[in-house]
Structures are given as structure tokens and as C-alpha cells.
Design a protein around this ligand. Sequence first.
Ligand code: FES
Ligand code: ZN
Ligand code: ZN
Length: 302
Amino acid sequence: MKCSFCERDAIINIRYNGTHLCKEHFNRFLERRVRLEFRNQLIIEKPIKIVVALSGGKDSSVALYLTKKILGKRRDVEVEAVTIDEGIGGYRNLTLEAAKKLTEQLKVKHEVVSFKDKFGITIDEISKNGQLLPCSYCGVFRRKSINDASIELDADYVVTGLNLDDSVQTVIMNMARGDLDRLERLGPHFKRKDGMIPRLQPLRKIPEREVLIYAIVNNIPFSHAECPYASDAIRNEFREAVDKWEERTPGTKFAILNSFDEIRNLLYSREDKKEIKRCKICGAPSAGEICKSCSMLMDLKV
Ligand code: FES
Ligand code: ZN
Ligand code: ZN
């Protein structure tokens, strides 16, 4: 199959707009949308620092590569990367290796924060004595580690690799649960909150399949390793459902995310009325007296 725009062979078929694209036209098509997201989400009024939360998987690796490619040449933007080492044997070492390779290649400063150093316990250890699934602790501790590291690095923004599929699954899941608080926190964040570094999501309109193909055709180092504790059965059900809707009506995922964007301001006005407290133990912004991360650590008796 030939590219819809030139004589070269196509490498991908984009169903939602009916085109076939060669590598050059695919790169241009994807990068144009990521540039637009940066333009919509980012405010540069003074020199800023952006920290990319780099796991070493395809999404965050592409996010770092494109952040560097699109913003790295600007004198007023500094790009760094942070990787969280949760202490998961047979998995994190592989992704960490990929993350190191990419940051060296891009000449980006790279910091690694380990759960063991920060919290005194690894996810492997938690998996043996925690009351909840390892993933519940992992998500809370990872968010806190990234936010704390970004504050320490004096960052203005944190970039995450959240793609279109992740975003849509999260929107539908939280709507189905009636969990508007989580929906508010999803981001991207246009408002700066005390103690919370706003998150940028430059890949939020890029389907997962396109992120993967972009990583492969551009030889971006990343790891295919999957976390041995990942068992989000409910998310998998939502993934299947959303994929089925997209299969039947291409463009459904964009429509869901665009609808979410339309109602986002309503969520924010609801949030403005809420009082934000500070955790009595660590001082981080918290809904209750003690933040989730500190109360989990207390339960684990660390
Ligand atoms: Fe949740 Fe690894 S512990 S994905
Ligand atoms: Zn082409
Ligand atoms: Zn706390």
C-alpha cells in the first residue's frame, strides 16, 4: 500500500481519517498533534524546567523523546527525567536500563528515586505483607515520589506519557464509578495548586498503537517488560469495551476525550469550593488530616 500523500510505502493505516502513511508523513502527523498539545497545555512566561516521568516503557520514552525534540532547543526550557524504582525484581531493572540508554542518547539529566530509599520498603516486600494489592500502594507511592522529586528539582511541570487509550479508559471508568474527584485529578492541569506540580500530557490525543509504532520506527529505546503485579482486571474490561466501540465507529475515543474536555471546567469550579488541607505528617496537600501515602506507610508499619 502506498502513502496517501507521496510515493513511498505506507507503514500504517489510520482508520479514523482513512489515510495510509509512510514513515515521514506518519511522524509529521503525530508530531503536529503533540506540538499542538504542548501549545495548549504549556505556559512559558519565564525560563521553565520540565521533568519527564520516565518509566522506560514505550509511552514515557516517546514522551521524553518528543519533549526534547519539540522543546529542547528553546533556551527558556530545561528538560530532565526522573525514574521511580519501585523495587520490582525482573521488571524495573529492565525498564531502568532502557531509561538510562534513552537519557544518555538524548543527553538529558536523569534522576532515579527508589522506594527503598524514600519509604524504606520495596513493592516486592509489600507484596508479601501488604493488606491490599501491590498496585494500590505502587500508584500512591509513585505519584508522591514523582511530585516530591519534581519539587526538589524545582520543576514547573511534570510530563507523563498518558496516551489516548489510557485517558479514555480512565474517564469512562471514573464516570462509571461516579468518582468525580478522581476525574478532576486526571489532568492535564491548567491550574497550579500549592504543593502539586502540574502535569502535562502531550500524548493524550495519540492512540496507544501510534505511540508504539512511533517508538519502533524512530528506534527509541524502550522496554517491553510488563510489571508482574499488573492485574487491573476492571481496567482491562473497560479497555475491551472502548476498543470495541472504536472498532465499530472509528473516532469514538477522540469523541469521548473531547466531551471530557468540554465538561472539565465544570469539574474545576466544583473543586474551587473544596478546602485543601495539609498532611500532618509529610505536609503534602491532602483531602484528610493524613495523606494516603502516609496512612499506607503506617499500615505497613514502615
Ligand atoms: Fe501496579 Fe506494577 S505494581 S503496575
Ligand atoms: Zn508519505
Ligand atoms: Zn503525608
